[in-house]
Design a binder for this molecule. Structure first.
Ligand code: TMP
Length: 244
């Protein structure tokens, strides 16, 4: 039986999550914090319950993706804000897939926010906080030896598969999946696996009818109650009201 984490078993602490070791080297606990950051942590915030909302939103999405055959790190929920996951050796890339224009894409290319893209656009970012996670292309990735071309092809295929599954999944729940950021890693058995989280911190989610933003842009752009937005995502994805 896997013995769950001890208080001193921290493997890694990031801006929004902590990883704890367990007695099984292949299994890790991923705890979601109540903290929020934006603009490479230049802006900081927190609200009680944010970790639990994101953990359960992510768990629901990972379960759905696993059922559809996507390799995911998620195993089970341990508590409202902790999940038991497979330990992954992460590829140091953030993979962004976009269906509509928002955020940095609109600024970079001068396209109006909300414009529909004619196909899902994939972008690569080098996961390096000290450099501000710069956007990179395949040549940069090759020079830095972050992943081989074959692995990038595999990651791109998985990313588009996840997007193809989640666009209709969200739409059926009255949400437009504008864009999202995914991270991948290697499981001990060598399987390339979807890791990290998928929730309002790592995606843009708009109401289908009104265009209201439910995701972290509320925090980034000071648009109103972040908690309210995250609760709306929870209610539509998890399928019931948040228990108070
Ligand atoms: P961007 O438009 O700011 O480049 O963001 C694209 C998507 O990636 C959006 O859904 C937010 C997400 N994202 C992260 O998850 N982490 C980050 O550090 C950044 C900059 C964006």
């Amino acid at each position: 039986m896997t013995v769950l984490h001890q208080p001193d078993a921290t493997i890694y602490e990031g801006k929004a999550k902590i990883l704890f070791a367990t007695s099984d080297p292949k299994v890790v606990i991923q705890e979601f914090k109540d903290d929020l950051t934006a603009f490479n942590a230049q802006k900081k915030g927190t609200f009680f319950g944010k970790g639990a909302l994101n953990c359960q939103i992510s768990a629901t999405l990972f379960k759905y993706l696993a059922l559809e055959g996507v390799p995911v790190h998620f195993r089970s929920l341990d508590s409202p804000r902790r999940m038991i996951i497979d330990r992954l050796d992460m590829v140091p890339l953030e993979v962004v897939v976009r269906n509509r224009v928002a955020g940095s894409l609109g600024k970079r290319l001068g396209i109006p926010e909300g414009s529909q893209l004619s196909f899902p656009l994939v972008e690569w970012y080098y996961k390096r906080d000290d450099l501000g996670d710069p956007m990179v292309n395949r040549d940069h990735i090759r020079v830095l030896k972050l992943a081989s071309d074959a692995v990038l092809d595999q990651i791109r295929t998985l990313t588009l598969q996840v997007n193809d599954l989640l666009v209709p999944y969200f739409r059926e729940r009255g949400i437009v999946l504008v864009d999202m950021k995914l991270e991948f890693g290697w499981k001990a058995d060598g399987t390339l696996t979807l890791g990290d989280e998928i929730d309002g911190d790592t995606s843009r989610l708009w109401d289908v009818v009104t265009g209201e933003k439910f995701d972290k842009d509320r925090f980034r752009l000071d648009l109103g109650s972040v908690k309210d937005g995250y609760e709306k995502i929870y209610e539509r994805v998890v399928g019931h009201a948040v228990e108070s």
